[in-house]
Design a protein. Sequence first.
Length: 435
Amino acid sequence: MMYQILRTWASLQRSQWLKKDRLYENRNMRLRRIIDHAYHKVPFYNELYRSHGIDPVRIRSVSDLSLLPPITRRDLQSQPLETRTAIDTNLGDCMLCATSGTTGSPVRVYDDVFSVPYRDALNLRLLWAYGVRPYHKICKMRVGDPTGQKPKAFLSEAGLWGFLRENCLKQIIYDNDIAAAVTLISRWKPHVIFGMGSYLRILLESSNELKSPLDSKIIITTGETLDSLTRASLQHGFHGDVYDHYGMEEVGGSVAWECPTHSGYHINDESVLLEFLRDGEPVDSGEPGEVYITSLTHRATPIIRYATGDIATPIGEECQCGRSLSMLKDVHGRTLDALVTKDHRYVLTIVSRLQEVQGLEQFKVIQNGDFSVDVFVRIADGMETSTREELQRACTELLGDTPIRIVQVNHIDHLLGRKFRIVESKVMSAPNRLS
């Protein structure tokens, strides 16, 4: 696995400097391969394209993508995972991944032996661009398993590569003891900190209370929209450079990453293809549009023309850094607040816990100023009773005796141009409320 990752990384290091026509030629070749693979190997796409009278041979480049029907979260949720999986997939070599994405709706896909090297290699590329080298220490925040069970080892966490990750990387679980996390970072002094901006902001507040200063040369935010105030706060608090990252589990992690010059976000053209549409038509450079994404590396469960629900603004000009990768000006995806209990315990894993509830199609969580929590949900037909019961149990596990109200709705809107907030806390936003 280590050889595959390093070989992929070396290839990515070269391709980011290619001339645009060469880079896009390679992208079109990958696009043709993944569509042909999906059509012939994946029952879901075979039925979908046949029903629309589509011959995959007609799709030769990005300009032909409009011939294919887009897919939504609801499309993926309504299909058994088996019908979305390539018929020749060895599930023993795959890892099941689930995400709530930008709208609180869980989607499940398989990470496979082809997509995993890209996941790690893309992360290596962005870290290398920020000046990170093998001897630097990295502290990464991640979601834990709410059941308390040890998660399945990831495909790239074995052998020599796993040994290097184990010794150069420390992981902190969201919702674990904040004081312990502050102590670890303060003592270990990582060169890089990788996590959600809202959580990193909480760490800084706690470090001030504990009088344990946190310093890191590079802070990489991911998982939610980074606003200017949070960026400034992190830069001042950690005394380092802040870079934002746009990722999505459905397509293998990294989608785009902020240029070291802070002039925009570089799209990983080798692994994903992004369309920016408004009312089904491409937007002009500099205009915001809804993001539709096609993964060029996921073979087990291909994702093609997937409506993400995110809003982003493409830019066409050349980047001053010299890379030829496509560019984004900004991304308006999900924004996520922490929930706060009356005893000042922070809860950030509500999203990952609720996405495991069977029958839950979409949700939005709002915490009121009195600490009570409203959970707005869309539930699959025929599963109302069991889903509501499991929702109540899940919320109680995380929030204890915090008052919880579950409100069933027919839809939860995501308006074009507006940041969708899956979790919104009026307690977190109240000035000096927690001081």
